[in-house]
Ligand binder design. Structure first.
Ligand SMILES: *Cc1c(COP(=O)(O)O)cnc(C)c1O
Length: 419
């Protein structure tokens, strides 16, 4: 990254922050406002009248997940300037990531959900390339059963059933051991599942006794950084991580890591190959490069310094709210997914006069628009977060420099004013 780039991105950030605090006037949101034409190009959010938000929620897909660090943004912009051969880019980026992430092989997919589809397709078709075009409708002659713990069924099941598989549910180790047959294609594990009696080690051991590959979905489970190799080294044959969550790569990128023959077979079903389940899961050259650059960026960070920065943000916000009547705060780190400090704010609603969901709504419709964590005011939120029926939950990790204080001031305003 050149000094000029970093200066420009700083200026861009400073402009947004000033506009956000009202210093530059409220240009954003007005559809007919003349878009800013800068050296970096036209601001299409302004041109389209799309509201820019402060993300005090987390890496939620619907909130466009993360912001790529400046070095990743610069790599994406550079990649856009040259055509290359897609197959060569896919192959070399995969080899590079496999080396850096200490696994046999890697494939950049259009997200963890697409990695789940391509990895499942790989387990069904490995050793039989001609069979990829049979998915998803003519799979009866192929291995097409996926064993899963009942408590690991989740919203991403569709990414697997898109290949035409059917699930075989088990609960106990005994049931698991007797669930295998000649149709078993894969054993699936949801890394952040809150239930399930069978450990990762047992899951892998029994699958391998039957010669069946094991897939671990760890999409949201970075940090810690070492998770990027912990699960492949534990013995999972395939592991996926979302590229646009804690890794802070492009939102439509993800990693499929694991055994060489399976990664190769996953590629058979991937775009740009027609007549495959993955043809619609295209990853552009900019995103492939951005994914690699994000891993380079992440491996230069340390868990300790990232966690310390997140804690500082949480504490800065909490101390700005010290004198809000009855308010107490707690810092909570979920155990597996999104394992970073979240700030939970509790208070006497009768005294303050507003429920957490009303506070969230006031922040959303205010200027700048702030999104707090969606588990705010809810019994069960995202994986691993506690009951927050009576709490405001602030996810601090996706805040950009300076935004923690904007969030703190807005929270204080909303919690202390009778509006
Ligand atoms: C976010 C997530 C996914 C999907 O990831 P994308 O990169 O958005 O496709 C899959 N599984 C789990 C557990 C997730 O949290």
């Amino acid at each position: 990254m050149t000094g000029q780039t970093s200066r420009r991105s700083f200026l861009g950030w400073a402009r947004n922050a000033l506009a956000a605090t009202g210093v530059l006037g409220a240009a954003s949101g007005a559809a007919d406002a003349a878009p800013a034409q800068t050296a970096e190009g036209v601001d299409y959010y302004d041109k389209l009248g799309v509201t820019k938000i402060i993300n005090a929620a987390g890496t939620y897909t619907a909130l466009t997940a993360s912001i790529m660090p400046p070095s990743v943004q610069a790599a994406v912009a550079l990649a856009a300037k040259n055509p290359v051969k897609l197959a060569e880019l896919q192959q070399k980026s995969g080899e590079y990531l496999a080396r850096r992430l200490k696994c046999e092989a890697a494939l950049i997919c259009s997200g963890a959900a697409s990695a789940l589809t391509l990895g499942t397709a790989a387990c069904m078709t490995v050793g039989n390339r001609q069979s990829v075009s049979l998915l998803p409708q003519q799979v009866s002659g192929l291995k097409h059963e996926v064993i899963v713990q009942k408590a690991h069924r989740y919203g991403y099941d569709h990414a697997l059933t898109n290949c035409g598989v059917r699930f075989v549910e088990v609960e106990t180790l005994e049931q698991y051991e007797s669930a295998f047959n000649e149709r078993t294609a894969m054993c699936h594990f949801f890394n952040a599942a809150e239930g399930g009696q069978i450990s990762r080690e047992d899951w892998i051991r029994v699958a391998h006794q039957h010669g069946v590959p094991c897939f671990n979905d760890a999409a949201a489970d970075v940090p810690p950084i070492s998770n990027l190799w912990a699960y492949t080294q534990m013995g999972f044959d395939l592991v996926t991580f979302s590229g646009g969550k804690g890794i802070r790569g492009p939102q439509n990128a993800g990693l499929l890591l694991g055994r060489k023959d399976l990664i190769e077979a996953a590629g058979w079903s991937n775009s740009p190959r027609d007549e495959t389940v993955g043809r619609g899961m295209k990853v552009a050259k900019e995103q492939i490069v951005g994914m690699v650059a994000a891993i380079d960026w992440l491996l230069d960070q340390s868990d300790d310094s990232m966690q310390a920065e997140f804690l500082r943000r949480a504490n800065r916000i909490a101390s700005h709210l010290k004198d809000v009547p009855t308010l107490t705060h707690e810092i909570f780190v979920p155990p597996v997914a999104n394992a970073i400090p979240h700030l939970l704010l509790r208070y006497d609603q009768a005294r303050v006069g507003k429920a957490p969901l009303e506070v969230a709504q006031a922040l959303r419709t205010g200027s700048p628009s702030i999104e707090v964590n969606p588990s705010t005011g809810r019994k069960s939120g995202s994986a691993g977060l506690p009951n927050a029926e009576n709490a405001i939950v602030v996810g601090v990790w996706m805040l950009q420099p300076g935004e923690d204080m904007i969030v703190a001031r807005r929270l204080r305003e909303v919690l202390t004013k009778a509006v």
